[in-house]
Design a protein around this ligand. Sequence first.
Ligand code: MN
Length: 409
Amino acid sequence: MQNWLNVSDLHDFSIHNLPFGVVNRDGLSSPCIAIGDHIIDLRRASEIGILDSLPFDHTVFQNPLLNPFIETGKSNWRALRNFVQEALCDTKSALHQHKDVCLVNRLTATMELPIHIGDYTDFYSSIEHATNVGKMFRDPANALLPNWKHIPVGYHGRASSIVVSGTDIKRPNGQTLPPEATQPIFGPSKRVDFELEMAFVVGKPTTLGDTIPVADAEDHIFGMTVFNDWSARDMQKWEYVPLGPFLAKNFASTVSPWIVTMEALEPFRCASVKQEPAVLPYLQYDGDKNFDINLEVDLTPESSAATTISKSNFKYMYWNMAQQLAHHTVNGCNVNVGDMMASGTISGKDENSYGSMLELCWGGKKDIPLNNGDTRKFILDGDTITMRAFCDDGKRRVGFGESVGKIIG
Ligand code: MN
């Protein structure tokens, strides 16, 4: 699509994308949209009056977070998207006229966590991941637990420790039970890992007691981001019985600064894998509910080059987002704008597509080779994990930016 910034349709931040974020400009946090190597500062655009034709109160952009804008509703998300696409294609637009005050260089910008996340839920929806973990931790012959194909299994995580890309992550201390030991010890985790996930952001709230039918679920989703659910495998193994993950997971999760809207993802819809046996009626759905999103993970040792250690795809998910949200609310649990719900580790069938080092090194049995001649089983101090996600159908590209985090001692 021809635009006056000459951003290619195959750029991660093409005019077909227009993801939302919050940029820090001279200490002021401003909602914004990415286009190519630029950012449109929506606070500034609102202040100088170029958003006056929009059908909602654009002073929502004079907040430091996206929540007030998201709360205005889906028809306004679409109105803004159409307005920005048209303005970028018209050299007579007010945005073009005021581009010097509204545009920021994205490549040097400081980005912030763009939403207030009230609650965070993590699912466990990749059958390959659940099977691999079941084989390693339990019984190779019966890797999936009996409930797995009936329930989109999940747990309530910790929203307070979700950080924006670029934040260093301190290696967590905790209890572990070393192999062959009978008593636990305390100290730094020796098995810090990543989990390659995508997360969606709730865009429409419900009231306590309400449910979201699977057919309406997508109306409650604003957009998606790349999500690294950092994990301490040695702590997890000792603590997870019987109530599930706790300190092995809640020390940090890292998100990309950009939220890609469901509207931008629409061309990349695809079929989900067939669910066998059939799920209960409240989880049954029609149409294509999955999305073809390429995923990559790099590990970069301190002062060294990156190695891409995993290539996966969001389309491998067994349970889709509509089912996750329907299940989450079927008991009357309410959701709020800004709630974040992560997919669970996204692994594919082949070994290069596993979404965690636990699987890539098969529980510590194999070395993961790096380009600099080193090997890894788990993450060492100084290692940086970079996750990327992008859709590309050859005609247009929609990227999610990066989730970057370095483990420090
Ligand atoms: Mn996870």
